[in-house]
Design a protein around this ligand. Structure first.
Ligand code: ACO
Length: 340
């Protein structure tokens, strides 16, 4: 007899933002920009920036600890036996950041690995975590999206410094039933590597290693052809959301809340318009944190719960788009959990 596939159920949510806040006005003192430009083109008002010496794992450990607290406060006595860290900004190119995070969380020798899908990383992490649970490899998975984007931004590049911020968010997944609140529906994921040059860090990898004597022509900073990916981001998130809804047996109209990657308010509005849905169903968090890449969705989820925009029992869609190019969407009925 074949055992029924086990669903992955969201049962805890935790976040962490580094304390230092940088407003648009402060940024405008360092690069040629203005509060008016940043707000009108992106919707962003401020972002959190990690202090020098704070690494991605430091933010990930804080968010992970809080997600574990949230899970136990919600009554889920889940033993976490796998850790996934989705990040664009690992502590080191080698090894992965997740094993260090697992160790610092006191989780012992559990499997731990990183997922690299840039801003879609958290959804790829949910898919990987759900897969570990469905396969019976794990019973409880901590999926963390954590970024210190400030560590890869060019101090002179106004277009990226205006957008990105640092932070971390995490969920605990446990094995459960597909019809429970919190159970992840079928995830939709995609990629198009023909656009891999549109969002990237040119140097520091095997294509262009940074070596003594070559450092002067290396470019170790994050580069994004923003206007070229704008339309792509809108179309891919709308299509993926539609497909995830269909696979869940829902129409787009059935979905109460869309927690989408907080890349740019204009992109979020365009996704809502393309799907002919009221913009009010798309909670906004980026005004206070900017684009936090792989941390964006769990941070936005926690904020939406805190503000009352996302409530238990509501039909919820998640969608993201990012470097790779990558994209994805997922559905779930929001569970009764309190973010920590
Ligand atoms: N302040 C003032 N002017 C600026 C700034 C700034 N902070 N940034 C760019 N500009 C200027 C540019 O230099 C350019 O000037 P020019 O015309 O003299 O050359 C002008 O503004 C227009 O630049 P665009 O890049 O065309 O501006 P746009 O309106 O497209 O906004 C943005 C840029 C915000 C990056 C937008 O394109 C965007 O959000 N793109 C999508 C980003 C995205 O979704 N990425 C994927 C997810 S993120 C990830 O995966 C890591």
């Amino acid at each position: 007899m074949v055992a029924a596939a086990r669903a992955a159920v969201v049962c805890g949510l935790g976040t962490h933002l580094p304390p230092r806040v940088v407003t648009n006005a402060e940024l405008a003192r360092e690069v040629d920009t203005s509060d008016e430009w940043i707000r009108s083109r992106t919707g962003i008002g401020r972002r959190h920036i990690a202090e020098n010496g704070t690494a991605t794992s430091d933010l990930a450990v804080e968010a992970g600890q809080r997600a574990l607290k949230s899970a136990s406060a919600s009554g889920s006595a889940v033993a976490v036996d796998a850790v996934i860290v989705a990040t664009t900004t690992p502590d080191h190119p080698c090894p992965a950041t997740a094993p260090a995070v697992a160790a610092r969380l006191g989780l012992g020798t559990v499997p731990a690995f990183d997922v690299g899908a840039v801003c879609t990383g958290f959804l790829y992490g949910l898919a990987a975590g759900g897969g570990l649970i469905a396969a019976g490899t794990a019973h409880g998975v901590l999926v963390i999206g954590a970024e210190t984007y400030s560590s890869i931004l060019d101090p002179a590049d106004r277009s990226t410094r205006a957008i990105f911020g640092d932070g971390a968010g995490a969920v605990v997944l446990r094995a459960g039933e597909p019809d429970e609140p919190g159970a992840l529906g079928p995830l939709v994921l995609g990629s198009d590597g023909t656009g891999s040059d549109l969002i990237r860090v040119p140097s520091g990898g095997s294509r262009d290693p940074v070596r003594p004597g070559h450092a002067d022509r290396a470019d170790p900073y994050f580069r994004m052809a923003g206007s070229k990916v704008f339309r792509n981001a809108v179309e891919r998130m709308a299509e993926a959301s539609q497909e995830a809804a269909t696979r869940a047996g829902w129409t787009l109209q059935d979905i109460d809340v869309f927690v989408v990657h907080q890349a740019n308010l204009r992109i979020m509005n365009a996704v809502a318009d393309q799907m002919r849905l009221p913009r009010s169903r798309f909670p906004v968090h980026l005004d206070r944190v900017g684009n936090t890449a792989a941390a964006s969705i769990p941070l936005a989820l926690a904020d939406a719960v805190t503000t009352g925009a996302l409530r238990p029992g509501q039909r919820t869609a998640l969608a993201a788009f990012g470097g790779g190019l990558t994209w994805g969407a997922a559905t779930l009925t929001w569970p009764d959990i309190t973010p920590v």
